[in-house]
Design a binder for this molecule. Structure first.
Ligand code: TRH
Length: 385
């Protein structure tokens, strides 16, 4: 074992990330890079083509620097004109991004070719199990492999840092810590109000959901990080130029706009809330680790293939729920993703609140039984060498 540790200490991994849009690409690769360094003593270089997006989730990033160290990770700006660089032992192309061709040649020039993997998008579809770990294309002597994150045995699992659930539980059991954290963001939670976070793409169904919450007998405090959904919030409130710090009250609903916070703070926000509306990939996973009921705005894809992904996830997620609770939460998610009227589905969901709360924690614990994605990647490499 000590030998293995010594070898491991010398491992060098390169992770390549192109920011296609939004924050999911950098969100996932930054999280993975940090975890590999912190928990597996791996030397990681993270190549990113857009440091501006990176800065949003990690404000320490110097967007002008071609190379910098952040939390033990060597962050490199992926230049348009690639300079000769030695290839690492393990090369991860995140979300099928195309590596620079001189780097591919450097991979092929190594005495022992590196392990080259494509870290794919997250999907709960069954075919993922059959494809995870399979060889993909080859470049000269270098074989590429598919690595699929997932929710079921036989996939690469989900990103989950060591001790995450313990930290989350301690925080959720500490009202004072939560109060302090929320106050730090300028949030003064009324004791009787349910707290909901809203991170989503533009959605025509939002107005009906806000109408329903405003008319409810239970007060709601809705926290909206700055981003794409703000236009719909503005239209509903009848105001322009919403920005971080804005607070508007409509009947039982308080809407508060938050600044976009660093990734770790966003976790704490999710842990504080009774219900989290999330989107894309990384926030979706983090909301599951929060152990609270959630609503997923899935990233839209051509020919509506994202709807198959939504159904595949729902089919797994609702197992163990009573039929009415199952219908309520599935209906809510499908309606949200269709941009339709949320009123009835929200009221139906509220009826099954205690069951959905219990279920969210049970789902989280069930998912935590899988090896986490970083550990699974390291294991894949160990098996490969
Ligand atoms: O931003 P997203 O929609 O990202 C993506 C991309 O669109 C990507 O191209 C697509 O492939 C993928 O979705 C499916 O959603 P996601 O994945 O949740 O990423 C958001 C990241 O931003 C996540 O790491 C959490 C982080 N975040 C913060 O750090 N602070 C915040 O205040 C908020 C709201 C989010």
């Amino acid at each position: 074992m000590p030998e293995m540790l010594q070898v491991k200490n010398r491992w060098r991994w390169d992770i390549f990330c192109t920011v296609v849009d939004n924050f999911g690409d950098i969100g996932v690769t930054w999280r993975l890079a940090r975890q590999l360094v912190a928990e597996h003593s791996v030397a990681v270089r993270l190549w990113v083509d857009d440091l501006g997006a990176f800065e949003q989730i990690c404000p320490e990033i110097d967007r002008e620097a071609s190379q910098q160290w952040q939390q033990g990770v060597e962050v490199c700006h992926w230049p348009t004109d690639w300079l000769p660089t030695e290839a690492a032992d393990v090369v991860i192309a995140a979300f099928a991004c195309q590596l620079p061709s001189p780097y591919m040649d450097a991979m092929a020039a190594r005495e022992k070719p590196p392990l080259w993997m494509n870290l794919d998008y997250l999907s709960a579809e069954d075919w993922v199990i059959g494809c995870h770990g399979l060889p993909s294309v080859k470049y000269k002597s270098v074989q590429k492999y598919f690595f699929f994150p997932g929710f079921q045995k036989g996939t690469g699992g989900l990103l989950r840092e060591s001790g995450l659930l313990e930290r989350r539980r301690q925080f959720q059991q500490n009202p004072e810590a939560q109060r302090e954290f929320l106050q730090g963001l300028g949030i003064d939670r009324a004791p009787s109000a349910q707290l909901i976070s809203l991170f989503a793409y533009e959605n025509a169904g939002l107005a009906s959901w806000l109408d329903t919450m405003a008319a409810d007998s239970t007060p709601t405090h809705l926290l909206v990080p700055e981003g794409r959904i703000l236009g719909d919030v503005e239209r509903w409130l009848g105001v322009d130029g919403l920005a971080a710090g804005a607070v508007h009250v409509r009947e039982a609903l308080t809407v508060q706009v938050l600044p976009f916070v660093r990734q770790d703070q966003y976790d704490h926000l999710l842990w504080c809330c009774d219900f989290n509306a999330v989107r894309g990939e990384d926030s979706f996973v983090r909301a599951q680790w929060a152990g609270r009921p959630l609503l997923w705005h899935i990233y839209r894809q051509d020919e509506d293939i994202h709807l198959d992904k939504l159904d595949a996830f729902l089919a797994l997620y609702v197992k163990g729920l009573s039929e009415p609770a199952r219908e309520a939460i599935s209906g809510l998610w499908r309606t949200w993703n269709a941009g339709h009227d949320m009123s009835d589905h929200w009221l139906a969901t509220r009826k099954h609140w205690p069951e959905l709360q219990k279920h969210a924690e049970a789902w989280c614990l069930e998912q935590a039984l899988q090896a986490d994605l970083a550990a699974a990647l390291v294991q894949f490499y160990v098996n490969w060498i």
